[in-house]
Design a protein around this ligand. Structure first.
Ligand SMILES: *[C@@H]1O[C@H](CO)[C@@H](O)[C@H](O)[C@H]1NC(C)=O
Length: 502
């Protein structure tokens, strides 16, 4: 009975979190950690202007049908790999002993897997005033990229295009009438989204925000771009956006955006305002990107992967090395100027890889490619944690849903993937991959700081995404893609969560 187990888990969650810290602390034998929640971040409450003269949207990406539907529409390349699931399901929570050890002394820092747990646990709430129209939706999430597909129904194929379009629009408004309310200490709210403050924070760093990962990270970048089209509180001119996008597409059979920049609009008043606020920052910085999205499905290039895999004896069928995996050389965009200008803040790297790791792609069972995955993480970490002026945020892999078309509303608690149905694409195994990052980051940065001094955080998005089975892209047959997200609320909330922890 998975829902019951899940509910029990949800109830046990706070206890387990505490237990994890205790176990961790004992393991480290340093007794320096405690149970205190992270100190409250500053919540700047600047009211958003709800204007109807919205900034003009510049489309940077079209949803690609072939790609969006790939996890359900693609033929399995190697259907014979479905293996026994015995060794592959997520580890069960540790049994809680009835006599807990006394709490360790006063806390200063927490390991990455613990620090932002309250942000990742919570529940979707229906908005008091849900958007009743597309313009209303645009005042919440910006005006870019909110496309519509209808939900599944038996007679879907019989409907006219305009009927489907209307159903898609209705569904979009339904999906966007929810808001993630995390269980923050003291009932605190998530930091309010503020375009001006976001841009100011990032321009005051060498490289701004770097979003690196696969198409799901691309969805996050797409919504973030839309959120940057929202009016700037207190700005003298909100008739056009303060930022400009530019995108580069891959060539070949599978065309995707592999690099997108969001840069300050040189003629927008915000540009001059920030120039005046940061007179000591070189002019060139203002022309460089505020946000970059770089697509790299596996994080290491094929040439780099082979020796890394060889070290751990991981061999695989070369299926992943097909046209799907975009490999933008993202590490050349990490900060590399060792000196800081006065008050310079760290650049932020938001990283993920997960959805491209599956038995279908590698031609091996989950246990085998997990070793390859772990080797990739171990290979990357010394470089990332040793990069000066870098704040690393590892974003966990979101939870897809088995037969998502059966759902019309969020669920609580989140629905786990059914491993019997979703073996080939490795969906039920995503939590194990997240666990690899949690272990490696907790070990390498037990106090949430890398060797070069930058912050190291984990943003777990599993529960918040698992509660949204109704919010997937689907397909024109109504039953398609249950991995990618439809509408801005899920990937856009990841962007808000990152803003919260900055
Ligand atoms: C993004 O900005 C970087 C740094 O200025 C530049 O090298 C790159 O060509 C830009 N890419 C796109 C797609 O505009």
């Amino acid at each position: 009975m998975p829902p019951l187990i899940n509910r029990r888990r949800a109830l046990l969650f706070p206890l387990l979190a505490v237990l994890a810290v205790i176990l961790y602390v004992r393991h480290q034998a340093t007794a320096q950690y405690s149970f205190a929640v992270p100190s409250r971040l500053s919540f700047a409450h600047v009211p958003l202007e709800h204007e109807t003269n919205l900034p003009v949207s510049v489309p940077v990406s079209e949803p690609s049908d072939s790609e969006e539907a790939r996890h359900t529409a693609e033929q399995l390349l190697f259907p014979g790999v479905a293996q026994s699931l015995s060794s592959t399901s997520a580890p069960e929570p540790t049994v809680i002993s009835s006599s807990l050890p006394p709490p360790p002394p006063k806390p200063t820092t927490l390991p990455p897997s613990v620090k932002y747990r309250p942000l990742s646990s919570g529940r979707w709430h229906q908005l008091a005033s849900p958007p009743g129209s597309l313009p209303a939706l645009h005042t919440l999430w910006g005006s870019h990229g909110h496309y519509c597909l209808p939900a599944f129904r038996e007679d879907l194929q019989l409907l006219s295009d305009s009927e489907r379009e209307e159903l898609g629009r209705e569904r979009l408004l339904r999906c966007t009438s929810w808001e993630w309310v995390p269980s923050l200490p003291g009932g605190a709210k998530m930091r309010e989204w503020n375009v001006r403050n976001f841009i100011a924070r990032l321009v005051n760093s060498e490289r701004g925000m770097l979003l690196v990962g696969d198409s799901l990270t691309g969805q996050m970048a797409d919504v973030l771009y839309s959120m940057l089209l929202l009016p700037i509180p207190g700005s003298e001119d909100n008739s056009y956006p303060a930022i400009l996008p530019s995108a580069h597409y891959t060539t070949g059979t599978h065309v995707v955006i592999d690099h997108m920049n969001v840069t300050l609009h040189p003629f927008h008043p915000l540009y001059a305002e920030l120039r005046a606020q940061f007179p000591h920052i070189l002019e060139e910085r203002f022309q460089e990107p505020i946000v970059q999205y770089m697509r790299h499905d596996l994080l290491l290039s094929y040439a780099e992967l082979e020796p890394v895999f060889e070290q751990v004896g991981f061999t695989h069928a070369p299926f992943e090395y097909g046209p799907f995996a975009s490999q933008f050389p993202w590490r050349v965009r990490l900060p590399n100027n060792p000196s800081r200008w006065d008050g310079e803040q760290d650049s932020v790297l938001v990283l993920n890889t997960g959805a491209h790791w599956s038995p279908a792609r590698w031609g091996v069972p989950q246990a085998a490619y997990t070793e390859g995955y772990r080797a990739v993480v171990r290979h990357l970490l010394p470089e990332l944690l040793g990069t000066p002026k870098l704040h690393l945020v590892y974003r966990g892999t979101a939870s897809p849903h088995t037969n998502c078309y059966e759902h019309t509303a969020p669920v609580f608690p989140g629905l786990p993937v059914d491993p019997a149905h979703e073996y080939d694409w490795g969906w039920a195994h995503f939590p194990v991959l997240d666990q690899v990052w949690a272990e490696q980051l907790d070990e390498a940065a037990p106090e949430g700081k890398g060797s070069a001094g930058g912050r190291v955080d984990i943003l777990d998005v599993r529960e918040m995404s698992a509660q949204r089975p109704e919010d997937h892209v689907l397909g024109f047959d109504g039953k398609g893609d249950c991995l990618h997200w439809y509408g801005p609320t899920v990937p856009g909330t990841w962007a808000k969560m990152v803003w919260h922890i900055l």
